[in-house]
Design a protein around this ligand. Structure first.
Ligand SMILES: CC(C)(COP(=O)(O)OP(=O)(O)OC[C@H]1O[C@@H](n2cnc3c(N)ncnc32)[C@H](O)[C@@H]1OP(=O)(O)O)[C@@H](O)C(=O)NCCC(=O)NCCS
Length: 185
């Protein structure tokens, strides 16, 4: 079995990462420029499995999942809860959907809702946060759809494609999250 249905949604499930898919991740990091730029990998050389250690060997304060379609068990991306802080009961979300053709279909929002539910109901977190480039309109739209609010902004802190870009901080508190919100496409 390549993937395990650890957390199951309507159209996708979250599984432990399968390291055999290294070529898919390498292709995404090198040929999917939107993904590489928005996920912060574009300035790096990602050419071997060891360059993807962050993916396969998550630290103890991280839970990383593969995002897999229920219909055909196809890998479409990855999502993590990282910097999990049990004292203050918070964590950050990181996500990517690989391949333009899989984006803007609601998969990102569905995966995030599953991870928010896991974070609040299983990990007993109180707040979940993320950072996003201010010009990542798809990301911002997706995060607002599931209930994240913009809570801060660092101006011109990122240098991307010759321009300075703001970094936005977004957050959702446990009482603001409703796992029944039915916003998938
Ligand atoms: C960000 C990301 C995870 C969102 O996943 P997704 O499956 O595309 O998200 P969804 O389809 O649930 O939501 C995206 C929304 O943005 C909208 N959108 C897409 N492009 C847009 C644009 N240029 N401007 C405004 N909205 C846009 C979509 O229409 C959709 O909204 P809708 O459902 O109301 O129609 C995905 O786009 C991705 O992996 N991008 C590349 C890597 C990345 O940005 N990672 C996150 C770093 S913080």
């Amino acid at each position: 079995m390549k993937y395990y249905k650890k957390i199951v949604g309507e159209r996708l499930y979250l599984s432990p990462i399968n390291a055999d898919e290294v070529n898919t991740y390498l292709k995404w990091m090198n040929e999917d420029k939107t993904l590489a730029v928005e996920f912060g990998q574009y300035p790096l050389m990602v050419s071997s499995k060891s360059d993807l250690n962050w993916l396969y060997e998550p630290p103890q304060n991280m839970r990383r999942f593969a995002i897999v379609l229920l219909d055909n068990d196809m890998l479409i991306g990855s999502i993590s809860l990282h910097n999990i802080d049990h004292l203050n009961r918070n964590a950050y979300i990181g996500i990517f959907i690989g391949g333009e053709e899989q984006r803007s279909k609601g998969y990102g929002a569905e995966a995030i809702r599953l991870v928010l539910n896991y974070g609040f109901k299983t990990m007993n977190l109180h707040s979940i946060n993320l950072t996003v480039h201010a010009d990542n309109f798809a990301g911002i739209s997706c995060y607002k759809k599931v209930g994240f609010l913009e809570v801060g902004r660092l101006p011109e802190v990122l240098f991307i494609d010759g321009k300075y870009v703001d970094k936005i901080y977004m957050s959702i508190l446990e009482h603001e999250f409703s796992s029944d919100s039915n916003n998938t496409k």
